[in-house]
Design a protein around this ligand. Structure first.
Ligand code: 1CP
Length: 368
């Protein structure tokens, strides 16, 4: 992973739908509890402490890269980190996730949140971590943030939620406060992501993990305007912008309208169908079921080759899981998966006839 290696830009090239030597791959939550070395690191510090300590955040970011040849690194942080830095009372409880001390329940809560979000965001620790990482990495560094709806879901519910009922009630009931909250969170997100790029991040991912809980009409009316503003506020940076959500099969057409460079899809929609919905002038990221990695290698391989077959060797595919790595995933499986994707998608060098590579060596069973 050291600097002596030539810079590997195939992830950035695929995001821009440029030709690549083989399909790039990285994994959402590639740093985390499935790695024994991450669990050891976490014995000394809680998640927000790791995030706030540049040396530890750098270490957590680099851990997966020492084990496998992924084509991108993602800064170790959490979607709640900028809110914590702005002064929102949030902690991350082991086995639960983000828990908010004073949930947003009234119009005046939104007023207070808007003032907090507009205040100075002290994220010098993030910028220092990004800086340190850039001198260590020979693959691109992805910065990230949570999208307004997903952040709002934690702020309104007070923690993780299955149905997001309070969030939706607030969205339907507070015609003025809801768009104000989306705007405030969106502006903070843009400022936070811009500073990551200024520090050295080479691509950005916006996690709208829970947007898939909405129907297309509500998404378009209550969420899409803020997402358009977020991507418009980042467009001049010239870095690839990835827009990801879970369970978004029916929203993909709308999500395209938000204006990202790459749309991330979960495993519930076959990749080719998802790409048709998004449009082939936008790149796609995904979409192996994370739970597929818990099975025997033979089945992991067959499922991964299924994803590659649906991508069809087109420019603009970034291989990933459909959501984060599950904590019980054997680390070796991910390493083998990276090698499989690279090996099975080798493109002929420029100037040589196509044909070799993609299906090379695939058995009939793998093809179906
Ligand atoms: O003890 C621990 O280590 C807790 C687990 C954990 C980790 C490893 C949390 C709590 N956050 C993180 C880091 C983190 N969070 C990363 C960096 C890891 C990497 O990708 O290499 C990232 C990208 C996130 C982003 C994040 N946090 C999202 C968006 C991605 C997604 O999974 O959809 C969300 C929704 C969160 C909230 C969150 N933080 C932590 C948990 C367990 C959760 C999810 C809670 C829920 O189910 O609602």
């Amino acid at each position: 992973m050291a600097q002596d290696r030539p810079f590997n830009d195939r992830f950035l090239r695929a995001c821009r739908r440029e030709p690549v030597d083989c399909t790039p791959v990285w994994f959402m939550r590639q740093a985390g509890r499935y790695l024994p070395e991450y669990r050891a690191l976490r014995e000394t510090a809680d998640v927000l402490e790791v995030i706030r300590t540049p040396k530890l955040a750098v270490e957590a970011t680099l851990q997966p890269l020492r084990r496998m040849e992924v084509d991108a690194a993602i800064l170790f942080s959490d979607i709640m980190a900028p809110l914590a830095a702005a002064g929102v009372d949030v902690r991350i409880e082991p086995g639960v996730g983000p828990v908010v001390g004073s949930p947003i329940r009234t119009t005046s809560d939104v007023g207070r949140l808007a003032r907090t979000c507009a205040g100075r965001l002290d994220v010098s620790h993030v910028l220092e971590a990004v800086n340190l990482l850039r001198s260590e990495l020979s693959v691109p560094l992805i910065g990230f943030a949570g999208a307004p709806f997903t952040l709002a879901s934690y702020l309104v519910e007070g923690g993780p939620s299955r149905d997001h009922a309070r969030t939706k009630a607030f969205m339907h009931g507070e015609a003025d406060a809801w768009p104000r909250m989306m705007d405030a969170l969106g502006s903070m997100t843009v400022a936070y992501l811009r500073s990551q790029v200024e520090a050295g991040a080479q691509a950005l991912q916006v996690f709208d993990s829970w947007a898939g809980s909405l129907d297309p009409e509500d998404y378009e009316r209550h969420v899409l305007p803020a997402m358009r503003d977020v991507f418009a506020g980042l467009a001049d940076l010239g870095v690839p912008l990835i827009h990801f959500g879970v369970g978004t099969g029916e929203l993909l057409g709308c999500m395209r309208e938000a204006g990202a460079t790459v749309v991330g899809v979960d495993w519930r929609v076959p990749l080719d169908l998802a790409w048709d919905r998004i449009g082939h002038d936008v790149a796609i990221q995904g979409n192996l079921d994370p739970a597929a990695c818990l099975g025997p290698w033979r089945s992991v391989e067959a499922k991964a080759l299924g994803v590659l077959r649906r991508a069809g060797g087109r420019s603009g595919h970034v291989f990933n899981l459909g959501h984060g790595v599950l904590p019980s995933t054997p680390p070796e499986t991910l390493g083998r998966l990276v090698d499989l994707v690279h090996r099975r998608t080798v493109r002929p060098p420029a100037g040589q006839p196509a044909g070799a590579g993609l299906d090379d060596g695939m058995t009939a069973a793998e093809r179906h």
